[in-house]
Design a protein around this ligand. Structure first.
Ligand code: ATP
Ligand code: MG
Length: 337
């Protein structure tokens, strides 16, 4: 494989040389001027990441972004990783599975009451193709919006046939339908979950193969995590043997505080393989972007927050999906296909 500056990316030699020259031109700094050092580092990251293209995965990767704890960055992570993967040339589907509809807001898609949405897919059996919208700002990014209607779904699901499998069946039908229609294959599906373990979240765990857990680098960060892992284990045992935690992302990381560093160290100690190298800084730009119906990637592409999400997405794309511990040799082979 030709080695560009960015692993996994096939840059033409001229581009390679241009990037190298640009990187060289960024002045060296030392610890005496932290602000200048930060600016120089961001400039280098921008040069490395600009225009980076990601390899397509061997098959569609389906992630659930979950953490029962509220406000840890699930939605922010969903929309920005999805946006960065799509900017990297991949076809990405975001399913907003949270009645709050925050992912739909951040991606600027219509989601007022009555708009065809995840509710229709899960409750009425409406095909995904009939409700999906395009994110105008990011080509290649498709969105199934969530409206307030979804808040009733938890209760309505109880009496439905195959109530835990409805989202999985809908996603599988959509992927096959696209193949049949000769449409571009979806490379990534990212499902944003509410901060609870109701039937909506269970549907997402059954539909996905991989779980991405955003962890906020603050006190109590790890509380509730063992409960989440137990729940995933239960789902794996009863409903979806393929499910595994493949990715952990440290969010709202403030490297200046000891606490954030301690939490990060502890998470890495417990999950050395799953935790991404990239961490997401606490950033005003990240928190402002949704109020403009945007991801931080379009709102302020050069900001530290946007760069961090691009780096995280690049790592996700470069990691091959891990085989499940409980799979036998035959299905392990299938996993690697
Ligand atoms: P919920 O559990 O309610 O669904 P969530 O886990 O989806 O929440 P987000 O909505 O992504 O969390 O983030 C919670 C709040 O923190 C939001 O206001 C968001 O804009 C802000 N936020 C998320 N990530 C960052 C960050 N890196 N820096 C600053 N603010 C952030
Ligand atoms: Mg959310």
């Amino acid at each position: 494989m030709p080695q560009g500056i960015i692993a996994g990316q096939e840059l033409p030699p001229a581009d390679d040389a241009r990037r190298a020259a640009l990187l060289q031109s960024v002045p060296e700094t030392d610890d005496t001027t932290p602000l200048a050092a930060q600016l120089a580092e961001d400039a280098r990251r921008r040069i490395r990441l600009q225009g980076a293209k990601f390899d397509k995965p061997a098959e569609t990767r389906i992630f659930t972004i979950a953490n029962q704890k509220g406000g840890v960055g699930k939605t922010t992570t969903t929309v920005n990783i999805a946006g960065a993967l799509a900017n990297g040339g991949l076809t990405v589907l975001v399913i907003d599975n949270d009645p709050q509809g925050n992912a739909s807001t951040a991606l600027g898609v219509d989601h007022h009451a009555g708009v065809p949405s995840t509710y229709d897919v899960v409750i009425e059996g409406t095909p995904v193709a009939d409700v999906v919208q395009e994110c105008a700002a990011i080509p290649g990014l498709l969105v199934v919006p969530a409206t307030i209607d979804l808040s009733g779904a938890e209760i309505e699901l109880v009496s439905k046939v195959a109530r835990e499998n409805r989202l999985r069946n809908a996603v599988e039908s959509y992927l096959s339908w696209r193949a049949h229609e000769g449409l571009e294959r979806i490379d990534y599906v990212l499902i944003d979950c509410p901060p609870s373990l109701g039937l909506l979240t269970i549907n997402a765990f059954v539909a996905a193969r991989e779980v991405m857990i955003p962890i906020q680098c603050e006190y109590y960060a790890l509380e509730g995590l063992s409960q989440l892992l137990n729940n995933i284990e239960l789902i794996r045992g009863h409903l979806n043997p393929d499910l595994h935690v493949s990715t952990i992302l440290l969010t709202m990381f403030d490297k200046r505080t000891n606490l954030a560093r301690e939490v990060a160290d502890e998470v890495r100690e417990h999950f050395p393989v799953e935790t991404l190298e990239a961490t997401i800084p606490r950033s005003v730009r990240i928190s402002e972007a949704p109020s403009y119906g945007q991801t931080v990637l379009t709102y302020d592409p050069g900001s530290s927050g946007a760069l961090a999400y691009m780096e995280a997405a690049q790592e996700v794309a470069e990691r091959a999906p891990r085989t499940n511990h409980h799979t036998n040799a035959a299905s392990a082979e299938e996993d690697n296909r």
